[in-house]
Ligand binder design. Structure first.
Ligand code: 13P
Ligand code: SF4
Length: 306
């Protein structure tokens, strides 16, 4: 049966009650999915939120590492990822074995992972970070040497701000942000010299060098919504942030400097997938007890230090 969007949304509301479920969505999700969610936000805001929910079921509209993190933080809950194939290529650029090898090579270093990593990698690390708390968390670690996986762009952005630390980078990157080039920003700056450039730290140095402000998706949204009153912005992050910004400030001009700024994995989930997930209770995130015990520590430590 083909259901209209209104029927899907009504069905989701019914199923949510029946299953005692809460729906969370990252701000890179489709606008329609963000509208269905009880809570939207960046990786940090969502991690904090899911660590404290009362409902029995968490439907995570995002990519696999996010749903896995929710399971790690709330192991007694049933966590559902509506589209099984929604993964993050960056999270798969480093393995637990890679981290073990780096720790052997740098025995005095603390191991830090970006939340965009698998549970297996989190289990090998001392602490986890997101783009919004990485500076604060890494600054507070006592070790001088820090292994940082997998994002070389976020890692080098942080390294520049804390020269007292020796940050040992892994060579991973986000395929979406990395595809944005310095020349794209320069072109748009020439076209719209009045626009403020806002960039996510997953962008490469060539792009970040031209940014007026660098921050997580939430920080970028907050900058436009509550920051200095301006008309035009060049946005160097995934296009999903347009939805929450336009809801509050419909008249601002937002320029996304490249068509690459769409994460196909984040866009795989639609309202019907959320409906099906709740209806059929799929696709449940299942992690072994041992991995939960080990990987959970790095996320809990992140929450303590942020
Ligand atoms: P934040 O949610 O921390 O801004 O990170 C963006 C991202 O790439 C999520 O996959
Ligand atoms: Fe992964 Fe990049 Fe997509 Fe985020 S935007 S889920 S880091 S590929």
């Amino acid at each position: 049966m083909n259901m209209s969007l209104d029927q899907i949304v009504a069905g989701i509301q019914e199923l949510k009650k029946e299953r005692n479920a809460v729906i969370v969505a990252h701000t890179y999700q489709q606008g329609e999915v963000q509208e269905i969610a009880d809570k939207t936000g960046d990786s940090y805001a969502l991690s904090k939120f899911v660590s404290n929910v009362e409902e029995d079921v968490i439907v995570f509209c995002g990519v696999r590492f996010m749903a896995e993190s929710a399971k790690l933080l709330s192991p007694d809950k049933t966590v559902l990822l509506p589209v099984e194939a929604a993964g993050c290529p960056m999270a798969n650029m480093v393995t637990g074995e890679d981290v073990r090898m780096m720790k052997k090579k740098h025995p005095n270093a603390a191991a830090v992972c970006y939340i965009n990593s698998t549970a297996e990698v989190k289990a090998e690390c001392d602490v986890c970070v997101t783009s919004s708390n990485a500076l604060k968390v890494i600054s507070s670690i006592k070790e001088k040497d820090i292994i940082f996986v997998p994002d070389r762009n976020l890692g080098s952005y942080i390294a520049k701000q804390i020269p007292e630390k020796n940050i040992i980078l892994w060579d991973g990157y986000c395929i979406v942000h990395e595809a944005l080039k310095e020349k794209d920003i320069l072109k748009w700056k020439q076209l719209r010299p009045d626009a403020t450039v806002l960039a996510h730290p997953e962008c490469n140095t060539g792009v970040l060098n031209h940014a007026d402000f660098i921050g997580s998706t939430k920080a970028i949204i907050d900058y436009v919504v509550s920051g200095p009153d301006q008309k035009a912005y060049i946005i160097a992050t995934e296009k999903g942030v347009e939805h929450p910004i336009k809801k509050v400030k419909p008249n601002v001009e937002l320029f996304f400097p490249s068509s690459c700024l769409l994460c196909v994995n984040m866009k795989k989930t639609g309202p019907i997938d959320v409906y099906n997930a709740l209806n059929e209770m799929k696709h449940e995130i299942l992690l072994g007890d041992e991995i939960i015990k080990k990987a959970r520590r790095s996320l809990e430590r992140m929450l303590e230090l942020s």
